[in-house]
Design a protein around this ligand. Sequence first.
Ligand code: NAD
Length: 435
Amino acid sequence: MNNENSWIRAKLQLTQASEKLGLDKLLFSMLSEPDRTIEVSLPIQMDNGSIKVFRGYRVQHNNIQGPYKGGLRYHPKVDMDEVKALAFWMTMKNAVVGVPFGGAKGGIALDSKSLSEIELEKLTRQFSRKLLDIIGAYKDIPAPDVNTNSKIMGWIADEYQKSNIKNQISKNELLAVVTGKPIDKGGSEGRVVATGYGGVQVLMSMLKKLGKSPKELTVAIMGFGNVGRHIAHFLQIEGFKIVALSDSRGGIYIPDGIRDTEEINKYKEEKGFLSGCYCVGSVCDFKNKEKLGGRDIKPEDILELPVDILVPAALENVITSDNADKIKARIILEMANGPTTIEADKVLNKKGVVVIPDILANSGGVATSYFEWYQNLHNEHWKEEEVLKKLKEKMEVASQEVYEVSLEYKTTLREAAYIQALKRIEKSWRSQNFY
Ligand code: NAD
């Protein structure tokens, strides 16, 4: 991993795309810094009686397109610059996929595995109380990200509801304060699988342009959490051959193809890791390794395997100038946010690798968050089939738009995605007469 500052990279991406597009200078300045940054202190009593103080962050980058929207991340590396970059990418992503939201992000610096559920709940509830004035269905809408989930979103929604003592906020708006909620608490069907499912739709759209079929392509996926495990499942349904998977503890490589990633998912849910998970039928064990012709790999080894498609679905800054040259995949589908550093991007472009950028590839999550928010506000509940149908359409349209911009401006897909986002934001901004 590389420690390139994600916020510096985000600003460079903004500058380059703005220059190509000829973006209005005032709007450029507005997008160059977040509208608001918040840093809070979160002291909690741990289960052993000691007091520990955590730091929480929320960055509201821009709301020209609509209320601020973006996830909450619980990870030791969370800091203000990382959250600023992630919030900026949300502004761009929401504009690329065409949902009426601006961009935000937040998080707490912590190792969530070292906290008990009671400690996590206390911390989340306190964080929520400190954000009460700035969140809301039409202000800022958090969602899950790394190491956060529907249960955590449920705690936030609950704190927000408790704060409504004067009953000034309608029931629908109370629900729509966060997305990624449990289904029985107003969550949307399909939200859990949406980011992975959306990524597959983007990949399929781009493969059509390249004249390639899934049946002839091998895939390696880094990260087997919310995003990684669902994209693995949907890729397998489309006929791709998944040959490698990894998580933070290690990975497996089976050149002949992993038979069923759902079996691996079940194993990982039980054990907490996928290392050594060689499944024959429902028996997943190290002992099957030889039978399947597999081998164990270190988490980062997955990046350099001889595959057609690489899917980084873990954290940022994993594809760097140190390993970009060694990457053999011809297509990279960026399901994680910011997995590729600036220097690595240059190397990949030079090698002719097609990089499908994060702000397009993983935008299915927020598109479905929009569907959840919409259902909450309109008292509706759509079936999963309907959600995924709408999502597929949205991802196909966004992919087509980005592709066309890449041809028009003769740029990479990444730069095209930024140009497309900026075009849309500039149009909204002019129509609002804010300048
Ligand atoms: P998660 O916490 O559910 O999963 C992260 C996975 O990455 C885990 O399996 C973890 O073990 C693995 N990992 C961590 N370090 C690793 C390493 N060095 N090598 C290999 N694996 C490693 O998080 P998630 O929700 O799946 O998010 C993954 C990425 O996708 C993040 O960049 C996130 O911002 C982005 N993203 C998530 C969503 C969403 O809906 N969850 C939407 C858009 C983008």
